[in-house]
Design a binder for this molecule. Structure first.
Ligand code: GTP
Ligand code: MG
Length: 235
């Protein structure tokens, strides 16, 4: 509970047995967090068993994809504040407190992983990914008239559930380029959006998206496509 509001943490999970228990304990151990919700996306390993044993609520999303998993989490979470994160060791539970510090004044609080001081040794945020995320974020910022954005792909973010509920019927992306769609919709609806620096660490378990440069480039191109589509057509 944070200032009288219930807080949910949502973890999309596709074969994350290596890190999920530690992530559920880390985020769920915060006094402010009331619920940890794991959205299992057809994992074939022990993700579900590990998540349940660590005290998470688990729902299953059969449609494969990062966006589908997050959309399901936004629909199922019970808190008034919903925090999206990843259960792969890249994010730190206590950074949720940074997001909550802005939750009273903003509708969507985005993490950014491009702050050099907070990129840990071994994290998958070399200069190509860092600048790639920054360039796509700046494109979004310029086309939508602010606010200042420096990362287009940070899962760690907080959204008010009332705002998420308005977005849910409008989401179209089920794949790995889901995140900018959320920001475009928020800015088109004149929601208050802010970005805060968060820690970014080395991953536990196997990478599925930005571990491969060719996949990262493909995802970035699709993100640009989504941003241009919303700017030109508003949907
Ligand atoms: N790629 C992918 N990820 C999914 C899917 N469903 C859920 N996820 C989860 O979405 C999150 C993002 O995937 P990651 O492999 O961590 O991708 P990333 O964060 O871009 O890159 P790394 O953390 O460096 O591997 C993880 O928590 C996955 O378990 C899916 O169908 N595909
Ligand atoms: Mg990850």
């Amino acid at each position: 509970m944070w200032q009288g509001h219930r807080v949910s943490v949502v973890f999309p999970a596709y074969n994350e047995e290596a890190g999920i228990a530690a992530a559920v304990s880390d985020f769920g151990g915060l006094d402010a967090v009331d619920e940890v919700l794991v959205v299992d996306n057809n994992s074939r390993d022990k993700t579900v068993a590990q998540a349940l044993a660590a005290g998470a609520r688990v729902v299953r999303e059969p449609r494969q994809g990062y966006g589908h998993a997050l959309r399901r989490g936004l629909a199922e979470a019970q808190g008034a504040y919903v925090v999206l994160a990843e259960p792969d060791g890249t994010f730190i539970g206590k950074d949720v407190l940074k997001l909550l510090a802005y939750a009273d004044d903003f509708d969507l609080v985005l993490g950014t992983r491009t702050t050099r001081e907070l990129i840990w040794h071994g994290a998958n945020m070399g200069w190509q990914l860092r600048w790639g995320n920054w360039v796509v974020a700046k494109l979004l910022q310029v086309l939508f008239g602010g606010p200042s954005l420096s990362d287009c792909g940070c899962t760690l973010r907080l959204v008010r559930r009332s705002v998420a509920e308005r977005m849910l019927p409008r989401f179209t992306v089920g794949g790995s380029h889901f995140l900018p769609e959320m920001v475009c919709l928020a800015l088109l609806e004149r929601q208050r959006v802010v970005e805060v620096p968060v820690n970014y660490r080395d991953r536990v378990g196997q990478s599925k998206i930005t571990g491969s440069m060719s996949t990262a480039i493909r995802v970035a191109a699709r993100m640009v496509g989504v941003i241009l589509r919303y700017r030109l057509f508003g949907q």
